[in-house]
Design a protein around this ligand. Structure first.
Ligand code: FPP
Length: 246
């Protein structure tokens, strides 16, 4: 079966899970799994770019991940910094723009600087957005959104009657991005884990048992083929969707 170029999801989000278990299976420390997870990150970026995905969001570090042992958090942060340095050239060559969502101000200064630099240098790239969720939690994002909208109401920049889905979309961290079409989670867990709760309202969900460090381009393409076999109805009935497509 071939990937249909006319049915590529615009926005793919990935929960990269299973690094720790992958390392444990090999009798190694958890960080060994994270280090090998970087290879999978590159494969998925390349695969998404190859088929014309417009936005790829990767859940790299959640608000809850701060509760992990300090040593593991430190290694994840240094992997992030090193990967950004290593990937910059590839991002430029492939016309990929880096963006972030989450409480970036809570990351170590070094990571913030590197993110700022790569974000700035790639800001005019147009082929794909690589959106990294870092110190990200969907509930925190919603709280932040409500605070910002409330401030506007208090300052009389906005009335309560004007608040609608569009206004909320425009105040989320993802305000520049379309809704998620397809959400992939690796490692066999079937949970959302506080990821993009608002943005996945109509997303197709895909779960695979492959552990993140083993995830390769072929696994991504297999997921996309699965997505393409689904009928997205957005609450309508099949016949209406057929008419919409004519
Ligand atoms: C989940 O596996 C993975 C993470 C918390 C971090 C993902 C980070 C990377 C792949 C490396 C660096 C990222 C970038 C963007 C370059 P887990 O530790 O929860 O695994 P487990 O569920 O088996 O314990």
């Amino acid at each position: 079966m071939q990937i249909d170029p006319l049915k590529i999801p615009n926005h793919v989000a990935v929960i990269m899970d299973g690094n720790g278990r992958w390392a444990k299976q090999k009798g190694m420390a958890r960080v060994f799994g994270h280090k090998n997870g970087v290879k999978a990150v590159r494969e998925v970026i390349e695969a998404a770019r190859e088929i014309g995905v417009k936005v790829l969001t990767l859940y790299a570090f959640s608000t809850e991940n701060w509760n992990r042992p300090k040593k593991e958090v430190d290694i994840l942060m240094s992997l992030l910094v090193n990967s950004l340095k290593d990937e910059l050239k590839g991002l430029q060559e492939n016309n990929i723009k880096l963006q972030t969502i989450g409480q970036i101000q809570n990351l170590p200064k070094k990571a913030q600087r590197e993110l700022q630099e790569v974000t700035h240098l790639t800001q005019n790239n147009t082929a794909m957005v690589l959106n990294l969720a870092l110190s990200y939690g969907a509930r925190e994002e919603i709280v932040n959104t409500i605070k910002n909208i409330s401030k506007k109401v208090v300052n009389k920049q906005l009335s309560i009657e004007e608040i609608n889905e569009n206004i909320i979309n425009n105040h989320l961290y993802t305000f520049t991005l379309p809704d998620v079409d397809f959400l992939i989670r690796t490692s066999g867990e079937k949970r959302i884990s506080n990821f993009l709760l608002w943005q996945i309202a109509y997303a197709e969900l895909y779960f695979t048992n492959v552990l993140w460090p083993d995830f390769r381009k072929e696994d991504f393409f297999k997921a996309i083929l699965n997505y393409q076999q689904r009928e997205r109805r957005f609450g309508k009935i099949s016949e209406q969707i057929e008419n919409d497509n004519e």
